[in-house]
Design a protein around this ligand. Structure first.
Ligand code: GMT
Length: 378
């Protein structure tokens, strides 16, 4: 098969879209394709240099006239340069705003016919698509892309309803690196965190934004801990943190909640956890669910966005209504207190990752799109 030169544009810092973009780029590089990241910094999950992966920094200096330095335009400029210098075959853009629009502008700037694939990840449509200041821009980015994909059926349908795009949108699910995420020995970590032998562990990992509705989880946990010795592990950082700390104190569960901050040892933390809870009000996919499943952790999640496409009711976890702490507590307790159900769900969670979300399957779907785009068969 022909070796492709692929430009990848994504948010390089914390976030699921950046993780998916990076893991996909690494897998494509391993297949022999040449990857060119065009980003403001090195993607945070790109830890081991690979001979097929190159990085082109986007830089924009401050200038007195600018209240806001025009990053989007600097990005377009850099994309155009890299397409020409490196003779790229296609651009894969993650997140519609501003990335898709910058790619379209770059293509026009250099009068190129390079193909653009845009992958929608979530709030680029579910929040920005509702914003009158950006809706038309999101639509423009999608309509001018040659191929648009969404990370779940739910996101695909919502995009079609909201944006009314000119072209078809295809669903390609997210995946994780199974070599990184699997049950591992956590050594003394559990003990170091102060978790007792008899305690169950509930874990939540996110960027602590308001869409995650973490107060629902705190209220649910206060009910769980009344019935079962347990600890709640809150992993990550974000704007909601002060509010969450106050609620934890107010509900009197401070001694049972561990704030770990951002961590790189997620497989270790997940491997001794018993249940993941994802109480979001918006969630196009919920990549952390796959990370949990791969380590044998079933999940309780809301019926928001694509979560029900990942959590199969009663199989690898439970689905609850948005904003219902009682339901979260009831389902969590159901999993934790049933010694037959829990191991069965753990097994099923791992099977989910090996089946529907296997990286081989998903990466092959993207690779096929790349070749179709090359042959203009899309
Ligand atoms: O859209 C966002 O809020 C940010 C984005 C990100 O970069 O983490 O998250 C979205 O993309 C992830 C990867 O595809 C999905 O797993 C998340 O569900 C999705 N977040 C939301 O829809 C809130």
């Amino acid at each position: 098969m022909e070796r492709l030169k692929i430009g990848v544009i994504c948010y390089p810092s914390l976030g699921g879209s950046g993780v998916v973009a990076t893991e996909l780029a690494i897998k494509m590089a391993a297949k022999g394709h040449e990857i060119h990241f065009i980003t403001s910094s090195l993607p945070f999950r790109y830890n081991e240099p690979h001979e097929n992966i190159h990085f082109h920094e986007v830089r924009i200096d401050g200038y007195a006239v600018f209240k806001y330095p025009p990053y989007d335009i600097a990005l377009a400029n850099r994309i155009g340069q890299v397409v020409e210098e490196q003779h790229l075959d296609l651009l894969h853009v993650h997140y519609a705003v501003p990335h898709a629009v910058s790619a379209v502008l770059a293509k026009d700037m250099i009068q190129s016919d390079i193909g653009i694939i845009t992958t929608l990840h979530g709030t680029d449509v579910t929040i920005l698509g509702h914003d009158p200041a950006l809706r038309n821009t999101v639509k423009y980015g999608i309509d001018k892309s040659d191929i648009t994909t969404a990370v779940s059926e739910s996101l695909r349908k919502e995009t079609i309803e909201l944006i009314e795009p000119a072209k078809n949108i295809r669903t390609i699910y997210n995946f994780i690196d199974e070599e990184k995420y699997h049950p591992v020995e956590s050594g003394t970590l559990r003990c170091d965190l102060g978790i007792q032998q008899n305690e169950k562990v509930i874990i939540h990992i996110s960027n602590f934004r308001s869409v995650k509705r973490i107060p629902d989880l705190i209220r649910a946990f206060a009910l769980v801990v009344e019935k079962l010795p347990s600890k709640l592990l809150l992993v990550g950082e974000g704007p909601e943190m002060p509010r969450i700390r106050r609620l934890v104190d107010m509900l009197g569960v401070t001694d049972h909640v561990l704030f770990t901050g951002r961590r790189d040892d997620l497989p270790e933390l997940l491997s001794f956890s018993d249940v993941m809870v994802l109480p979001s009000e918006k969630e196009a996919f919920g990549l952390v669910l796959l990370e949990a499943f791969a380590c044998g952790v079933p999940a309780v999640g809301t019926n928001a966005g694509g979560i029900p496409e990942v959590i199969e009711e009663g199989i690898n976890g439970y689905i609850v209504p948005i904003g219902d702490p009682d339901a979260i507590a009831e389902r969590t307790l159901r999993i934790l207190s049933d010694s037959t159900l829990h191991p069965k769900m753990k097994e099923q969670a791992m099977e989910t990752v090996k089946g529907k979300f296997s990286s081989d399957i998903i990466v092959a779907q993207y690779e096929k799109l790349y070749y179709d785009l090359q042959k203009k068969e899309c």
